[in-house]
Ligand binder design. Structure first.
Ligand SMILES: C[S@@+](CC[C@H](N)C(=O)[O-])C[C@H]1O[C@@H](n2cnc3c(N)ncnc32)[C@H](O)[C@@H]1O
Length: 272
């Protein structure tokens, strides 16, 4: 918990220093949730574990859940509440708390996107996702993959281990910003020449095409997000399949594990 708090404080420096609104487009949001769709949330009770500045809650509200709650350990709840106040949908609440021990009324849909891989014990986070999902309800998670992230593991992660201990403004402006420039050019070039099939062998090809849709500010946000956190693990497919197979509350035959953008995993299913 103490180490998760360090992570949450680091993220709050990221989330609380952004312009108002969601950092994601609605299209990105839908892509993160597929195979889930609006029908899985509309009129239902929905919980996000690790909601940051409410960037996903913001779009989830448009799917008209009956009740929407976000939990985060850090001070990013302040910007999450500010962002959600701008919503037409009034049925939301953002609470500050530790997701690993959080137990509310079981919900129809529980999701955790970009969070479990930052916990000291990712599996405990996964158990909390299940513990908060009602029998027959759905759960959905997204994590960094060990597969397809060689460059990140060998180049970016060692930098993160050092700069995550430095002041956030230094990491953002003196490290993340200049590092984003060459990657921004690389991703835009890959997108421009994406039909050249041999380019597909280059590192982060699929991911780069995805992020190349966005402007430089988003690249920098992602780079800062990667570098500011003191704790990150990269999860392989076998680990996720093991979690799904071994957890007694996961309904057999209901699960999916999807490799997303060549470097991350979306997974979920139905609780029993
Ligand atoms: C990368 S952000 C993801 C935010 C949001 N899900 C999104 O995709 O935009 C990870 C978030 O998890 C939160 N977090 C980390 N450990 C936590 C814990 N133990 N309990 C609750 N939130 C936690 C951090 O504060 C941070 O806001």
């Amino acid at each position: 918990m103490a180490d998760d708090l360090k992570t949450a404080d680091a993220f709050a420096t990221s989330w609380n220093n952004l312009p108002a609104g969601s950092v994601y487009t609605h299209e990105q949001f839908e892509d993160w949730f597929a195979p889930l769709t609006r029908a899985d949330a509309e009129g239902r009770t929905v919980l996000e574990l690790g909601c940051g500045n409410g960037s996903l809650l913001f779009h989830m509200a448009r799917w008209q859940p009956a009740q929407l709650e976000g939990i985060d350990l850090g001070a990013s709840v302040l910007s999450a509440r500010r962002n959600m106040s701008a919503q037409d949908n009034p049925r939301w609440v953002v609470n500050q708390g530790d997701l690993t021990s959080y137990r509310g009324a079981p919900r129809d849909l529980v999701y955790s996107i970009g969070v479990l891989h930052h916990l000291q014990q990712p599996r405990i986070g996964f158990e909390s996702v299940l513990a908060n999902t009602r029998a027959g309800g759905r759960f959905h998670c997204w994590v960094y993959a060990r597969e397809g992230n060689g460059v990140i593991l060998w180049v970016v992660d060692p930098i993160r281990r050092v700069v995550s201990h430095l002041p956030w403004w230094f990491t953002k402006y003196a490290v993340a910003t200049p590092l984003s420039v060459p990657y921004f050019c690389y991703a835009k070039l890959l997108r421009r020449f994406r039909r050249w099939t041999w380019l597909r062998r280059l590192p982060l090809f699929d991911y780069s095409l995805w992020i190349a849709e966005r402007d430089f500010a988003f690249f920098r946000h992602v780079a800062f997000d990667q570098l500011v956190t003191p704790s990150t693990v990269y999860l392989d497919r076998a680990t996720i399949e093991g979690w799904l197979r071994e957890h007694p509350r996961v309904k057999p035959g209901s699960t999916y594990v999807i490799f997303r953008n060549g470097n991350s995993w979306k997974f979920g299913g139905v609780a029993q």
